[in-house]
Design a protein around this ligand. Sequence first.
Ligand SMILES: [Zn+2]
Ligand SMILES: [Zn+2]
Length: 376
Amino acid sequence: MSPIALPTQNAVVLHGPKDLRLEERTLWPPQYNYAQVSVVSTGLCGSDLHYYLHGRNGDNVLQAPLVLGHEAGGIVTAVGPGVKNLVPGQRVAIEAGIMCNHCDYCKKGRYNLCKAMRFCSSAGTFPHLDGTLQSRMNHPANVLHPLPDSCSFDQAALAEPLSVLLHASRRADLTSGQTVLVFGVGAIGLLACALAKSYGASHVVAIDINQTRLDFAKAYGFASQIHCLPPADKAKTTEEQLRRAKENIQVALTEFGKEDGFDVVFECTGAESCIQMAIHGAITGGKVMLVGMGSRNVMLPLSAAATREVDVHGSFRYANTYPTALALLISGKLKNVEKIITHRFPLEDTARAFDLLARGKDDEGKMVLKIMIGDS
Ligand SMILES: [Zn+2]
Ligand SMILES: [Zn+2]
């Protein structure tokens, strides 16, 4: 008797630094409460790039082959038993985190802090949970969000990074009329700017070390004012670095006409000097949101925060943001948000896409912000 041929699907699998292989894998039917999704668009993120380049992202080290990608949208192709909210053919955004739904954090609605959280494309748990850079995947139906009719698959993918900012904005109690300073205008920082404007921020400004990115932020109305930090060699002592950070931010604040600082500062770089500047950049009684990751141990000008009641908040991923993020993306309130997507590659060219993301500039000299994988 000949064996029954099971259907297969393609996955882009990371085996080690820069070792990305297109593999054919068996496609299993969806289990109880799971649905099968044909992935249409996946946005590449900085954390994916870290895994691709170094085989690790911070403390999370690749221990087994892993499919990257966690910003995605697709079409439901099959549903497992128990699934009531989805039908085949439905278009969805794929929320990448699978929470336990039972722990105190999950019950409190803070499932991003769930200790049992497994996150697609992260090596933070073992066995790792594969990401969305594959043609089809099975995923729990409760974290597949139906797309509004006018929502594109690219927008479904952007709902993930936007969720990060939505969560940070909620934690910051961002309200209309506030002033906002954003450090770093990569895709995340640009989304922070756009979101702040949609909240009715009265003044949104951006700081970066990259003039091209800043010009883009200004030209497309993400930030009304921009400031490029001067290039500097590494400070010899911590004191010198702290002093420089204070001086640099004072120059920027003066240029912005906001010597007292900003109500909310979104730190989207993770760089030590920017975190230091962020504290001085917040107004007395203001807030600093730590969105960027990268520096594990940072020397902070703590008294500048403590004696001025500047609250420094951590912000990690997101919880209960997807429906709002999708609604915002189709509302037109995030002006020029689609301009963040600068390049597109088919799934089989994912390695080329990562190399381009690492370079930051294409052969024509055009800046790289968000790369989409897929044919959307
Ligand atoms: Zn990400
Ligand atoms: Zn939980």
